[in-house]
Design a protein around this ligand. Sequence first.
Ligand code: 5GP
Length: 204
Amino acid sequence: MKNKQGLLFVLSGPSGCGKGTVVRELLNQNEDIFLSISATTRLPRDGEVDGQHYYFLTKEQFEEQIATDGMLEHASYCGNYYGTPKDAVMNMCRSGKDVILEIEVQGALQIKKKHPDAVLIFILPPSLEELSRRLIDRHTEDMETINKRLAKSTEEIRHAKEYDYTVVNDTVLETVEQIESIMEAEKFRSKRMLPMIDDLFSTK
Ligand code: 5GP
């Protein structure tokens, strides 16, 4: 027996904690999980493709989406807007697919308020030194942006306790396994099994 409605999983973690790699590996190993493609007003990095990594919008386009209630959540992060287009996510959940949102803290907490059933998972780096090293080593931002992101990271980590689960990203494969276990267990919460319990008593 399987739940009909897909679940909404929110993954957050400071910039450089390795969540991008964890999410990629999670998707590689689980074909039936859908990753929401966010919209942003930041410029594409080398190799990023519109509609695949993000929908790259102008500030005006983004604000139009907010005004027309097209975003499930949105936040301003280091000077740019980021948001989750609503329809794609809701349609996937309705069709029974589990959906992952890889988003920052303000957006995650908005989701928890609007959708208390969503499951929030925070990914911690092994240490702050490691976080700083990973951000510098990936060479995708200049030093000013890296410093901004590091300041933001410590602020974000303080919110980990508002999440349902926290995992430490020591090694990618272990972290993926831990997240898979959380996802699997969440499906069997009694509150999610109510339709199956009711089914047993319905007259055929
Ligand atoms: P980046 O610029 O490194 O791609 O992302 C910066 C931060 O924005 C990351 O923490 C990422 O998880 C977050 N982010 C990406 N998409 C969204 C979104 O749709 N909504 C929110 N609130 N944050 C997002």
